[in-house]
Design a protein around this ligand. Structure first.
Ligand code: GDP
Ligand code: IMO
Ligand code: MG
Length: 429
C-alpha cells in the first residue's frame, strides 16, 4: 500500500497545502475528498505563491487532480481558480483535472443562506467563511442537491430546482432575506453544463484504475479534526467529516486504500472563527505568534487567533483522525522565544481532564494545564536536516511526540516547498 492521506490535526491552516505539494512529487494522483472553497491551501515555490481552494494541490506539480464526491463544488469558484492558476503558468484542464459526477453543486442560494443565518445568529455566529458550505451539505443529506451529473439532464435540473427553491425560499423568507427565482438559476446551470461536463468523470473508476496500475494516490484533506462535524468543537465546526475515515467515502475507495495518514500540526495553535480554544493567548506572545506566523486567513483575510501547542487536543485528533505520523510545521515561528508552553490537559470545574469534553459549555470552561519547556536561541528557519536544529528544538519535538503518542515524520521550517525535513517516507508505509 503506497497511498498517503493528509489531514489537519488542529483547527485548520496547519500547512496542509505545503505538505501535499512536497509529497506530490512522489504521487501520481492527488484527490480532494471533502470541504469546498472554504479551504485555503498555500504553496510557495521560489518566488511564486499559489493559493488553492478547490484545486487539489498536486496541480502545481502537474499531477492528475481529482475532486471527489465528498466535496461541495462552487462552479464559479472552480473556474475562477482555474483562470487564476493558468495566469500563473499552470496547465489545468480536463486532461489533468476530473470532478466526480456525483459531486453536489454550491449555487448562489447557498452562500445567501449561509450569510443570512450568520447574521441572524448575531453575536453567537459560527464565523463561517460565508461560502455556502453548510447549506450545501444540508441539501446533500436532505437529498435535494443538484449534482454535476444533473447538468446533462435539463428536465432533472428543472425538477430539482423546484424542490430546492421551495426549501430555500421558505428559509430565506423566514430570515427576511431576498428570495431566488427559478429561471435565472436554470439559465445559469444550462450555460454551465458545456463548461463543467468535460471535467465530469466516475472518479471511483479512475481511482480503481490507478490502484490496478500500482499508482500512488495522495488524499488531500481540508479543514481539520477539531473542525469535524462529529468530532470537532460542535457547533463551531465545518459541515463535513474531516477525518481520514472520510477519505474513502469522499473519494470512492475502500478504507484499506487510504494508506498512511499524516496529521499536520503547527508547532503552536491557531483558530479562525468563533469557538473554544483553551490554549489561546491574549498577550504579547500571542500577538508575536500572529505577526511572525503571518496568521491571517487565506480565504477571508481574518486575523487568526493564536496560542500554545495543545497536546491534549492533538492527541485526540491523532486517535480520532487515524493519524500514523505527525508533520510539525512553522517551527521557525517559535525561534527566539525564551520559553514554550504545551497544554497537556484541562481543568474543568475542579476536575482534571486529558481530553476535550464533548459539551459546549464544558468546552468553553476548559482551563489549560501547561508544562513549560526552554526555548532556543538559534534559528530553525530554512533548516533542511534534523542536525541543523538547536538541541532545545529537538527536545520540544520529542516531547510533543510523547504527549500526542505519534511519531513526527516530517518538519517544516519555512513556507518554501524545499524547507522541509523528512524523517520517514510516508509512502513507504
Ligand atoms: P493549509 O490550509 O493547512 O494548507 O494552511 P494555509 O496555507 O492556510 O496556512 C499555512 C500558512 O503557513 C501559509 O501561509 C504557508 O505558506 C505558511 N507555512 C507553511 N509551513 C510553514 C513553515 O514551516 N514556516 C512558516 N513560517 N510558514 C509556513
Ligand atoms: P483549510 O483547509 C481554517 C472554519 C471557519 C469557521 C468554521 C465553519 O484552509 O485548513 P464553514 O465556512 O466551513 O462553514 O466555516 O470552519 N474553517 C476553516 N478554518 N481553515 C480552513 O480550511 C477552514 N475551513 C473552514 O473559519 O470557523
Ligand atoms: Mg488554509
Amino acid at each position: 500500500m503506497a497511498n498517503v492521506a493528509v489531514i489537519g490535526a488542529q483547527w485548520g491552516d496547519e500547512g496542509k497545502g505545503k505538505v501535499v505539494d512536497w509529497l506530490a512529487s512522489r504521487a501520481d494522483v492527488v484527490v480532494r475528498f471533502q470541504g469546498g472553497h472554504n479551504a485555503g491551501h498555500t504553496l510557495v515555490v521560489g518566488d511564486v505563491t499559489y493559493k488553492l481552494s478547490l484545486l487539489p494541490s498536486g496541480v502545481v506539480r502537474g499531477k492528475l487532480g481529482l475532486i471527489g464526491n465528498g466535496v461541495v463544488l462552487d462552479p464559479d469558484a472552480l473556474f475562477s481558480e482555474i483562470e487564476k492558476v493558468r495566469a500563473q503558468g499552470l496547465d489545468v484542464g480536463p486532461h489533468n483535472l476530473r470532478v466526480a459526477e456525483t459531486t453536489p453543486l454550491i449555487l448562489p442560494l447557498h452562500p445567501a443562506l449561509d450569510r443570512a443565518r450568520e447574521a441572524a445568529r448575531g453575536e453567537d455566529k459560527i464565523g463561517t467563511t460565508g461560502r455556502g458550505i453548510g447549506p450545501a451539505y444540508e441539501d446533500k443529506v436532505g437529498r435535494r442537491s443538484i449534482r454535476v451529473c444533473d447538468l446533462a439532464e435539463p428536465e432533472t435540473l428543472s425538477f430539482k430546482l423546484d424542490e430546492l427553491l421551495l426549501h430555500h425560499n421558505s428559509l430565506l423568507r423566514g430570515l427576511g432575506a431576498p428570495e431566488f427565482e427559478k429561471q435565472p438559476l436554470l439559465d445559469a446551470l444550462l450555460a454551465l453544463a458545456p463548461r463543467l461536463l468535460p471535467y465530469a468523470a466516475p472518479v471511483w473508476e479512475l481511482l480503481e484504475s490507478a490502484r490496478a496500475e500500482g499508482k500512488r494516490v495522495l488524499f488531500e484533506g481540508a479543514q481539520a479534526v477539531m473542525l469535524d462535524v462529529d468530532h470537532g468543537t460542535y457547533p463551531y465546526v465545518t459541515s463535513s467529516n474531516t477525518v481520514a475515515g472520510n477519505a474513502a467515502a469522499g473519494a470512492g475507495v475502500g478504507p484499506g486504500s487510504v494508506g498512511t495518514v499524516l496529521g499536520i500540526a503547527k508547532a503552536y495553535a491557531t483558530r479562525v472563527g468563533a469557538g473554544p480554544f483553551p490554549s489561546e493567548l491574549f498577550d504579547a506572545t500571542g500577538k508575536l505568534l500572529g505577526e511572525r506566523g503571518h496568521e491571517f486567513g487565506t480565504v477571508t483575510g481574518r486575523p487568526r487567533r493564536c496560542g500554545w501547542f495543545d497536546a491534549a487536543m492533538v492527541r485526540q485528533a491523532v486517535k480520532i483522525g487515524g493519524v500514523d505520523g505527525l508533520v510539525l510545521t512553522k517551527l521557525d515561528v517559535l525561534d527566539g522565544l525564551p520559553e514554550l508552553k504545551i497544554c497537556t490537559g484541562y481543568c474543568v470545574g475542579g476536575e482534571v481532564l486529558k481530553r476535550l469534553p464533548a459539551a459546549m459549555r464544558a468546552q468553553a470552561a476548559c482551563e489549560p494545564i501547561y508544562e513549560t519547556l526552554p526555548g532556543w536561541a538559534g534559528s530553525t528557519r530554512g533548516a533542511r536536516s534534523y542536525a541543523e536544529l538547536p538541541a532545545e528544538a529537538v527536545k520540544y519535538v520529542r516531547r510533543i511526540e510523547e504527549l500526542v503518542e505519534a511519531p513526527v515524520m516530517m518538519l517544516s521550517t519555512s513556507p518554501d516547498r524545499d524547507d522541509t525535513i523528512a524523517l520517514r517516507d510516508p509512502f513507504a508505509g
